[in-house]
Design a protein around this ligand. Structure first.
Ligand SMILES: *[C@@H]1O[C@H](CO)[C@@H](O)[C@H](O)[C@H]1NC(C)=O
Ligand SMILES: *[C@@H]1O[C@H](CO)[C@@H](O)[C@H](O)[C@H]1NC(C)=O
Ligand SMILES: *[C@@H]1O[C@H](CO)[C@@H](O)[C@H](O)[C@H]1NC(C)=O
Ligand SMILES: *[C@@H]1O[C@H](CO)[C@@H](O)[C@H](O)[C@H]1NC(C)=O
Ligand SMILES: *[C@@H]1O[C@H](CO)[C@@H](O)[C@H](O)[C@H]1NC(C)=O
Length: 874
């Protein structure tokens, strides 16, 4: 599990391409400068394409013509790949006719989603034409596109055998040498099928006596030209990736669905009598992506990216896997090598002797030539030149044994990444050479909520470099493409297409920032973080992808300087915003490290700063906050703190001379009132009397009402802390849904644990502003818990793992499961809900002030909290 300990992100950044503002941590918020042509973000190189159409789900990138073709609902677009927002976009409108839509409605289909022409297929057919298919309101059609003029070159033709009927049906298809290979469950009631369509010979998968595919949901396919470097005269193969109902009997666990890879030979022509018009080379095997230590299996394959190697034999398959439980968000990324896949297809077969029972490994005699192989030189030597010449016993074996026994393990033996709370939908990978000469794989992964995560694979682990929020409204990433020529990543979504540069090194302002990021695209040139691709002289560049620590020893970073002046007895928060989620704070006072921030030290440290509790004069001095990351200490901010004595001093305490004395005894605020002890006694007797009256008179309702009314007026006054910073606003619109608050809310300066980076009220530009430091504020609210505040439904039936590998922190999308909401019953008559702005965690790294304040409140409540009607403040 340690190998997958990559949940903590350095930078979580937000790019809202269609919003009016953009916040990128750790930078100042930027205002978008987009215009009507779609130059949408101030994020350099970011472009956005949108039209009246929705559901941009099909994309085809043509490197030569520098065009990006996009299929949406009812339209196909040809965009300029170097700037998709350019107004030069060409359009083919292709919507289903009103009559067709009416018939679709009559078939009982949904006229809000299904009764449209969703473009499901768009690929090159030959050098002059593209081919596309659309669902066409539940009557699929296909058509050729004249690429030059970008018009439909003929009347649409029947698409029933090539295209699914609905927009969400699992589907994958390829055009290879002008033949179309498709895999889907075409019609509603038909069996799923892998087909080669016209021209002849048309081939299909077999349904009886053995059904080759069991409710398969296809996500991808790939041609691997294995004939190219084959010494045995092997054939090219087409691989199909899907999830299907499991058939095999396993001893340890049982799963209803499993991830699979199937393959067929390109030269397959079917059998002569047996398996006529059926594949003779169909074989399938299980893809494993699991954490065996926890018996935790990712069985749902969501998407596949095929990474070509130097030779076809070096091909890699990257897969995004999910869990079977629909209400659990989790993703794993596994990588498989072609040779491991081939090995499984060379291994033992599975069989089921009487239909209905589970499948077990076949141990009997295997006919010769080996069933399911392509026609190779060895077969040609035996005068078997095509599959129709294969002997009947071989074909009959193929027919009954489509499943291999061997499971395909990921090439690294474990997932490259396991992540809770995130559902990845699509990904693309590209290779880049680091300055150390090594080749790194960089993954771009889109989520179901419209985020783009960039990650680099280092020694079998994925290190997430950045997270970008692409859309203001959460929406799934439908498709994702990389163009190395344009140095761009293209993301299709329901609302539009976004183009982003593969890297934006300018985000990293300091040398350490640049190095810690471990982005293979970026390096420090002595003055700024630059894109290595545009630098010809790389000898002076600094980069450390492997460890993310070396190279910045001789650079000097600017340290923010602030001063604070507060009164004795105040609670003071010295804000220290760490731009990296991976950093931990370290504080010094006049050069010596503050040790132990325990309850009695008078200091607390948290994710957002240092809290001085009931400041004493001897705590004045120069405070410095360091961010410690990868064992490197980087100064962030210094505070010159002066603690003034112009307020009623706290009761003296003996050890006030020491450097870190225990905190003073609780100060009695508003001492003109009764002492707390007396007050408590009085209160208790009042309740007793009322209770007695209630019992005696048995007019329960009336008195309960009375009691409640009295009770609710008891509120508490905590002593004022540092002046509140007035400009505090919470910016994260996206997260409002997770955590709208109508309760008392403890706001702290945005914690670096939350990773969204958009709550900071104070920026680096506010240097020296006395009021510009930290603030603590309790916002009064209603004192009852509201149902919609509750965390999402209880955890699903997780497998019986002793302990799930758990990230130290959870991150923006989907972290609702760990919302901090602490409901405390105070003095028996009023509820105060304390919530921190951001996620609360038990890890010391993410220790936060919500918890801290709770503890302080708890400590003080019996001794010094006075019922003060209608007053509540910190
Ligand atoms: C199409 O887009 C609409 C709105 O943008 C969305 O509600 C719907 O789920 C999308 N359908 C598919 C199949 O993506
Ligand atoms: C695409 O846009 C770039 C820059 O905006 C321009 O130089 C190029 O000519 C455009 N290409 C086409 C095919 O329009
Ligand atoms: C869908 O059909 C219903 C009638 O069945 C009709 O009232 C509604 O306006 C239709 N919606 C659209 C978007 O066509
Ligand atoms: C490509 O295919 C289209 C449609 O079948 C055909 O009209 C066209 O002539 C073909 N082009 C070439 C160069 O073969
Ligand atoms: C198979 O091909 C070889 C050469 O490619 C040829 O000599 C032989 O006659 C063929 N056999 C059949 C049965 O077609």
């Amino acid at each position: 599990i340690a190998a997958m300990d990559v949940f903590v992100l350095r930078h979580a950044q937000v790019v809202m391409c269609v919003a009016t503002e953009m916040r990128i941590r750790p930078f100042q918020p930027l205002v978008l400068s987009y215009n009507e042509t779609g130059t949408c973000c101030s994020e350099e190189g970011c472009r956005h394409f949108q039209s009246s159409a929705v559901n941009y789900s099909t994309m085809l990138l043509e490197a030569d013509s520098e065009r990006l073709y996009v299929g949406a609902r009812g339209a196909i677009f040809a965009l300029n790949a170097s700037d998709i927002s350019a107004s030069s976009a060409l359009t083919i409108e292709w919507e289903a006719s009103p009559e067709q839509k009416r018939q679709c409605l009559l078939k009982g289909k949904d006229n809000k989603t299904e009764c449209f022409n969703h473009i499901r297929f768009l690929q090159r057919f030959n050098s002059t034409h593209l081919y596309m298919c659309g669902t066409h309101a539940f009557r699929p059609l296909c058509a050729y596109i004249d690429e030059q003029r970008f018009v439909m070159s003929s009347q649409p033709e029947e698409g029933r055998e090539k295209c699914p009927y609905g927009p969400t049906t699992g589907y994958t298809a390829l055009i290879i040498d002008q033949q179309m290979y498709t895999a889907s469950q075409y019609e509603f009631r038909s069996f799923p099928d892998i087909r080669r369509n016209s021209p002849s010979p048309t081939l299909k998968t077999e349904d009886a006596p053995t059904r080759w595919l069991n409710e398969a949901d296809f996500v991808g396919s790939a041609l691997v030209r294995e004939s190219l470097d084959s010494s045995t005269g092997d054939d090219d193969k087409i691989y199909f990736f899907f999830t299907e109902g499991s058939q095999e009997q396993t001893t340890v666990y049982s799963h209803s669905r499993v991830a699979r890879v199937a393959r067929v030979c390109k030269g397959d022509r079917g059998g002569r009598l047996t398996l006529q018009k059926r594949w003779t080379s169909f074989l399938k095997a299980r893809l494993m992506c699991s954490l065996p230590e926890y018996d935790f299996h990712f069985n749902m394959l969501r998407s596949v990216f095929v990474m070509p190697g130097h030779t076809p034999q070096d091909t890699l398959f990257y897969g995004i896997f999910g869990l079977e439980w629909k209400n659990v968000k989790a993703s794993a990324v596994c990588r498989f090598s072609l040779s491991d896949v081939q090995e499984a297809f060379q291994g033992p077969y599975m069989e089921n002797q009487d239909s209905g029972s589970k499948w077990t490994e076949y141990t009997g005699k295997i006919p010769d030539p080996r069933p399911g192989t392509c026609v190779t030189d060895a077969l040609r030597a035996r005068d078997i030149n095509v599959s129709t010449s294969l002997p009947d016993d071989v074909l009959d074996f193929v027919r009954r044994h489509p499943l291999m026994s061997q499971q395909i393990q990921p090439s690294d033996r474990h997932p490259l990444l396991f992540r809770r709370t995130t559902d990845y939908t699509h990904m693309a990978v590209h290779m880049i050479q680091g300055l150390d000469g090594q080749t790194y794989h960089v993954l771009y992964m889109g989520t179901d909520e419209g985020w783009l995560h960039k990650a680099v694979e280092v020694e079998g682990q994925l290190h997430i470099i950045e997270e970008l929020q692409l859309f203001e409204e959460p929406q799934p990433v439908n498709n994702l493409l990389i163009s190395e020529k344009q140095m761009s990543v293209y993301v299709g979504s329901p609302s539009g297409v976004v183009q982003l540069p593969l890297s934006n090194c300018h985000r990293y302002t300091s040398c350490y920032d640049c190095i810690f990021a471990r982005d293979p695209d970026c390096a420090w040139n002595g003055a700024q973080c630059v894109d290595v691709m545009v630098h010809t002289d790389r000898s002076t560049l600094i980069q450390d992808i492997k460890h993310g620590s070396k190279g910045c020893e001789n650079t000097q970073d600017d340290v923010i300087q602030r001063s604070r002046s507060v009164r004795v007895g105040d609670d003071v928060l010295l804000q220290c915003e760490l731009s990296s989620n991976l950093a931990t704070p370290l504080w010094t006072l006049d050069g010596s490290e503050l040790q132990g921030y325990g309850l009695n030290s008078g200091f607390r440290t948290g994710t957002d700063g240092l809290l001085i509790i009931e400041a004493r004069q001897d705590q004045s001095g120069l405070y410095t906050c360091y961010a410690v990351e990868n064992n490197i200490k980087v100064a962030i901010v210094t505070y010159n703190v002066t603690i003034r004595l112009d307020m009623p001093p706290p009761p003296p305490h003996p050890s006030s001379e020491g450097p870190l004395p225990p905190p003073p005894p609780p100060l009695l605020p508003h001492s003109e009132l009764l002492s707390p002890r007396n007050m408590e006694a009085m209160y208790l007797s009042l309740i007793t009397i009322l209770g007695g009256l209630c019992l005696v008179l048995t007019v329960v309702l009336v008195y309960v009402g009375f009691c409640l009314r009295v009770g609710n007026r008891g509120k508490y006054s905590l002593r004022a802390a540092a002046a509140a910073y007035p400009n505090n606003k919470r910016h994260n619109k996206n997260r409002k849904q997770h955590r709208s608050s109508s309760h008392m809310e403890l706001k702290t300066i945005s914690s670096h644990c939350n990773g969204n980076g958009i709550c900071n009220g104070v920026s680096k530009q506010h240097n020296g502003d006395i009021q510009g430091g930290g603030f603590l504020q309790i916002v009064p609210g209603e004192g009852h818990p509201s149902p919609n505040k509750e965390p999402p439904p209880p955890a699903p039936p997780l497998p019986p793992t002793p302990q799930l590998p758990s990230p130290d922190c959870d991150f923006p999308n989907g972290l609702s499961a760990t919302l901090p909401s602490v409901l405390r019953r105070m003095n028996g008559n009023s509820y105060v809900l304390l919530r921190q702005s951001d996620s609360e965690n038990t890890s010391p790294l993410c220790y936060s002030f919500a918890e801290e304040l709770n503890r302080i409140l708890e400590k003080r409540k019996h001794t010094q909290l006075l019922p003060r009607p209608d007053e509540s403040s910190v």
